[in-house]
Write a protein that binds this ligand. Structure first.
Ligand code: NAD
Ligand code: MG
Length: 327
């Protein structure tokens, strides 16, 4: 390139950069996402009112109520025509994923416990409001037979299965290992480890190339708290399972990814998942100084399943508010 050409090129590039910046600023002003940014600035910070609900708890009874993106999430057809099953889709992170998936064009089946019917009804209504098919399948994931039935029913009613989100989990705080009964341990393992195993096995009988499995893990997988050791073990197991299955299923064209939340304001934390003191200060130890709202992680569930990210499998998508990511 001659010196004159180089100068012309540099000047052109500078003009382009300035024009892009101006366009970006103009776009930001009318960008519908700006509302989400403003919402984030206003999201609640600790101290929180200490509250207690019986397990598994309802989002509708939390104070403050979590934001699952009901008013803010905007889709752009990323999951158009996909058929997804989301466990724990009634509340918290699973509800945020369900809303986002429907707004990205997917038909969605959700599983939850029968006691969570009021939360589930709200989610079903939100999915239907997008003109998508919404399927509600309540039942207990600790039962292998139910896990098989759940996948069968979801695939039949949706007309196929492209995405499985293993998101349901049980977390009950206990001060010491002596306080964790074998029944407790069994319930946590069955819900958090066995169910994703059973559901994955059943789903793979129906999935084709292009399908995706998304597992919810946690920052707890790499940095366990002292009073939820059984739960933290399960989040590590799920992360490991994600990476192994990604390798196993690569040849079938099926991807497996994980999402790792940090502290999120959900029913899990107010129905036995956290001590009253941890609840009061919830999110304080994250560099952002507050818990995440489920709306703030929904886009990662979309990314983890997005067909555009076809080279991403065995990946870990994080939202920890500034704390480290488990490997
Ligand atoms: P949540 O209470 O809203 O969701 C958990 C869901 O699990 C419940 O809604 C319930 O439907 C389901 N569930 C529990 N036991 C079940 C059973 N036996 N059968 C069927 N369903 C059952 O809470 P959340 O925080 O949104 O949890 C979702 C996921 O996020 C979990 O995997 C959890 O480990 C993970 N996570 C949460 C946090 C957090 O701070 N909230 C942090 C890291 C990871
Ligand atoms: Mg729930």
């Amino acid at each position: 390139m001659s010196e004159t050409d180089r100068r012309t090129f540099v000047a052109g590039a500078a003009a382009l950069t300035a024009a892009t910046a101006t366009a970006a600023a103009a776009q930001a002003k009318k960008d519908p996402k700006a509302a989400t940014t403003a919402a984030a600035a206003a999201y609640p910070k600790p101290p929180f009112p200490v509250q207690r609900q019986p397990w598994p708890g309802l989002a509708s009874k939390m104070n403050p109520r979590p934001d699952h993106g009901e008013k803010s999430y905007r889709g752009s057809g990323k999951l158009a025509g996909k058929k997804a099953l989301i466990t724990g889709g009634d509340s918290g992170i699973g509800r945020a994923a369900a809303i986002a998936y429907a707004r990205e064009g997917a038909d969605v089946a959700i599983n939850y416990l029968p006691a969570e019917e009021p939360d589930a009804r709200e989610v079903i209504a939100l999915i239907k409001a997008e003109g998508r098919k919404a399927v509600a399948i309540p039942g207990d994931l600790r039962d292998e037979r139910f896990c098989r039935t759940l996948v069968e029913q979801a695939a039949t009613q949706l007309g196929g299965l492209d995405i499985l989100v293993n998101n349901a989990a049980r977390q009950q705080t206990r001060p010491g290992i002596a306080d964790i009964s074998s029944q407790d341990f069994d319930d946590t393992m069955k819900t958090n480890v066995y169910a994703p195993f059973w559901l994955t096995k059943a789903a793979l009988e129906r999935m084709e190339s292009g399908a995706v499995i998304v597992n919810t893990s946690s920052e707890q997988a790499g940095d366990p708290s002292k009073d939820i050791v059984d739960y933290a073990m399960t989040r590590a197991a799920v992360l490991n399972f994600t990476k192994g299955m990604a390798k196993q299923l690569a040849s079938r064209g099926i991807r497996v990814n994980a999402v790792t939340p940090g502290p999120f304001w959900t029913p899990l934390q107010v129905s036995g998942g956290a001590t009253p003191e941890k609840q009061r200060t919830f999110g304080e130890s994250a560099p952002l100084g507050r818990p995440g709202q489920p709306a703030e992680i929904a886009a990662l569930y979309v990314a983890a399943a997005d067909p555009a990210l076809s080279f991403s499998t065995g990946q870990v998508f994080g939202a920890t508010g500034g704390n480290g990511q488990p490997g």
